[in-house]
Design a protein around this ligand. Structure first.
Ligand code: LRH
Ligand code: MN
Ligand code: MN
Length: 407
């Protein structure tokens, strides 16, 4: 095979640079990305949803689909969940965990849902009405119990709280309510659980959002304690924001907790990660690896959070996982000695060229080799397409009705 020859050549080139390819492969094999249960069902925009043949309808379908994705990619043995969506019809979580385990998956980050009920019109824990704040906190406490039942150690909190009009509410008071609510959740968690706090500049609220950026998330997490960290959803930034710099700062402060990977062009578009700006994704991984090389304690939960509106969702997720792997692999191949030398000499051109050189490497042969060594086929997408799984679920789920989840 051509790629095998290309791999041999790459191994030689890297050896000349002093990069240990075995170490690189080892890191690639150990990478773990949580699959979002909510991305395998039908999803859409607020204008409508295009139904996909065979889209997951039940929680069991979602687990089956994630297991199929894991079969072909090999680095996603974990499914992230949204509590209201991944539960049995009679409100049980234990069977979800058991079925996932049967399929070779464990349950990862548990996301509370404080945005879908009618009571959340004015927010959840920042709501001006005490009864809504109280019931939200009850839901948070339920989520801790659910996380225990699911065997998960991580809670991923995104709050849709905000205001739509100037004057609507007192902003400082909302900040106090925000901290009070989060602290109750934090204190209810087990000692080995972590809280990841996601931020978003706008939507669904259009004037103010209570956790609007990494600064607010960082502030709340710092006030809560060591087991609270920031969750960065790549789509949740205004255009032009330098996300890799945010990552660098959070890593340095020990507050970089997790990612929701996706890609955006305009707003929270939730497109496939790496499809719009693969270079930006590479630069994020470059920061992570540089921190690791500097012995910074890096403990990050990687998740996808995407919405597959026109592409088949399972294929979209497979492609996304591969894009993340590519970005990570390229960042692992940066010639860090050369980069350091260039920096010491004030050689901006060579420093930048060194990064670009790694970004330009075709890492497909390397990733193919990694997969073969892991006992899976080199091309996950073709492996999936050949398996007949898509046809099988289209047949089996045909008459089961349709379900639409957000994403
Ligand atoms: C909000 C968000 C958040 C939710 C998910 C469904 O835009 O990114 O992570 O949990 O979408
Ligand atoms: Mn998200
Ligand atoms: Mn989002």
């Amino acid at each position: 095979m051509l790629w095998e020859k290309q791999y041999q050549l790459l191994a030689q080139v890297l050896a000349d640079k002093g990069i240990d390819i075995e170490r690189v492969k080892d890191k690639l094999k150990k990478q773990v990305i949580e699959l979002p249960s909510w991305a395998v069902g039908n999803s859409g925009t607020r204008y409508g949803t295009f139904r996909e043949e065979g889209a997951a309808i039940t929680v069991w379908d979602r687990i089956d689909d994630c297991a199929e994705i894991q079969r072909v990619v090999g680095i996603c043995p974990v499914m992230a969940t949204h509590v209201l969506w991944d539960v049995t019809e009679d409100g049980k979580y234990e069977p979800v965990r058991e079925y996932a385990a049967e399929k070779g998956l464990r349950i990862g980050t548990v996301h509370p849902n404080t945005f879908m009920g009618q009571q959340f019109k004015f927010g959840s824990i920042c709501n001006p009405f005490a009864d809504v704040r109280r019931s939200t906190i009850e839901h948070f406490k339920d989520c801790v119990r659910i996380a225990r039942e699911l065997g998960s150690k991580t809670l991923g909190v995104w709050l849709a709280d905000g205001t739509n009009y100037p004057g609507q509410d007192k902003l400082r008071e909302r900040k106090h309510r925000l901290f009070a609510g989060l602290k109750e959740l934090y204190d209810a968690m087990d000692a080995d659980m972590t809280l990841l706090l996601e931020y978003k500049p706008f939507e669904p609220a259009f004037y103010t959002t209570d956790v609007m950026d990494w600064g607010m998330s960082y502030l709340m997490c710092t006030k809560m304690g060591d087991r609270a960290k920031v969750l960065v959803d790549l789509g949740h930034h205004l255009l032009g924001v330098n996300v890799e710099q945010i990552i660098a700062v959070l890593l340095d402060e020990g507050k970089m907790g997790g990612f929701h990977f996706n890609n955006h062009k305009y707003a929270d578009d939730d497109l496939m990660v790496g499809s719009i700006d693969p270079y930006g994704l590479f630069l994020i991984f470059d920061q992570i690896i540089e921190a690791e090389e500097d012995n910074v304690d890096v403990d990050i939960v990687y998740m996808l959070d995407q919405s597959h509106n026109i592409e088949p969702s399972i294929e979209g997720i497979i492609q996304s996982v591969m894009n993340v792997q590519k970005a990570y692999a390229r960042a692992l191949l940066v010639d860090r000695r050369k980069l350091q030398e260039a920096r010491q000499n004030g050689d901006v051109i060579l420093a930048n060229r060194t990064l670009m050189e790694a970004f330009e490497i075709d890492v497909n042969p390397l990733l193919n080799q990694v997969r073969v060594e892991m006992g899976i086929e080199p091309d996950p997408l073709l492996n999936y397409r050949r398996s007949g799984y898509a046809e099988k679920i289209a047949r089996e789920r045909k008459n089961k009705g349709a379900n639409t989840l957000g994403g």
